[in-house]
Design a protein around this ligand. Structure first.
Ligand SMILES: [Mg+2]
Length: 370
């Protein structure tokens, strides 16, 4: 047995990441940027691991920026002295020290996986089981606006190379029908469309939307918030059905599958608690025959690198698509990520996340340990 190499220091910073387009509207709520938490873990041999997590305001997930920072500061001392080679054991420690709060734990968990992979000299995707593909199709979300404005955004994103679009619905169902139809008419038939309500509809709203869009080719994502509502709706839905907000862990994934509800799932790293928990749901979802999207609730380059490694490890026939959050915001926090091209997110080279982070860019940390 090799000697334990401990984690000897940990630091955390906050970084504000404004949206490239100025604002982002979802479920009727407007946000102007991500408030990210960035974590650095240092092992006794000098190896460094990085993690990042960001909520979308306070409305999107059961997390908000101040909580993420306060929770990280509280958990940081817990990881000092733990093995730099055992990210799942670090996750156990976080779960002993704090009940729930997966968003708070995500950046720490991600940094622990990056650290272990760098120590092993392996790209993170290899530590997660191996690379199935080096590039993953991207989608771009079309923020809620008038149907004409959303059609214009769709054309803009096609010009940028995206071939999969997510139309934000979940408001007035009759307006939402017009939103989806306007975007569908504006793009070629081979462009994949998702109508994502982010759980914004009640069942009756969603039924009206489905009645008005029966002839349109699209995938339906998280129409209503609760499993009971989505169960009522799925019986009337002729489209492939995806859950995102409803997948908060293994239990909700198994329940949705047992109900025969879903064709696929969107796994968000921070909503599940980091790379480790996401790895578990990746394996269960693929074993159940589902399409898998892995992305996050926010972040920039560090988070996008983790997304690229997780998606690279999804078996090819189960890949849906993913997100390049580093291109949604005006702030980068690492170098080494290959630029996206042809609507694809590419895996970086090298051990761990395959990126380089200069902590000088962040200023003073809000928390330190060790
Ligand atoms: Mg979604």
């Amino acid at each position: 047995m090799t000697a334990l190499v401990p984690i000897v220091s940990a630091r955390a910073w906050r970084q504000y990441q404004p949206f490239e387009g100025g604002s982002y509207i979802c479920r009727g709520q407007t946000e102007h940027g991500f408030h990210a938490v960035i974590v650095e873990l240092v092992a006794a041999d000098g190896t460094v691991g990085w993690g990042e997590a960001a909520p979308l305001g306070a409305f999107y997930a059961e997390a908000f920026p101040e909580e993420m920072a306060e929770g990280t500061a509280r958990l940081l001392p817990e990881v000092i002295g733990l093995s730099a080679d055992a990210p799942a054991r670090l996750s156990d420690r976080l779960n002993e020290a704090m009940l729930g709060q997966p968003g708070v734990k995500s950046a720490l968990d991600m940094a622990a996986w990056d650290l272990a992979a760098r120590r092993a000299g392996l790209p993170l995707a290899d530590l997660l089981g191996g690379v199935a593909q080096r590039s993953t199709a991207l989608y771009r979300s079309i923020s809620q606006a008038t149907p004409d404005e959303m059609a214009e955004s769709a054309r803009h994103y096609l010009d940028e190379g995206y071939r999969r679009l997510q139309v934000k619905v979940g408001q007035d169902p009759l307006e939402d029908i017009e939103r989806l139809r306007a975007v569908r008419s504006a793009v070629p038939a081979d462009v994949v469309l998702y109508a994502d309500a982010n759980g914004g509809w009640l069942v009756d709203d969603a039924l009206r939307f489905l009645r008005g869009t029966g002839d349109v080719d699209f995938w339906l994502e998280q129409p209503c918030m609760t499993l009971a509502e989505n169960r009522r709706l799925a019986r009337s839905c002729p489209h492939p059905f995806i859950l995102d907000e409803g997948i908060t862990g293994l239990t909700s994934l198994l329940e949705a599958h047992a109900d025969g509800l879903i064709s696929g799932v969107t796994l968000k790293i921070a909503r599940l608690g980091g790379v480790g928990p996401t790895r578990v749901l990746r394996d269960v979802a693929t074993a159940l025959g589902l399409k898998v999207t892995i992305e996050d609730t926010g972040g920039s380059t560090i988070d996008t690198a983790a997304t690229a490694h997780l998606m690279a490890s999804v078996p090819a026939r189960h890949v849906a698509h993913t997100v390049d959050f580093m291109n949604w915001v005006t702030v980068q926090n690492a170098t080494g990520m290959p630029p996206c091209s042809n609507g694809l997110l590419h895996l970086p080279e090298g051990p761990g996340l395959g990126i380089t982070v200069d902590p000088e860019q962040f200023g003073a940390p809000f928390a330190t340990a060790g």
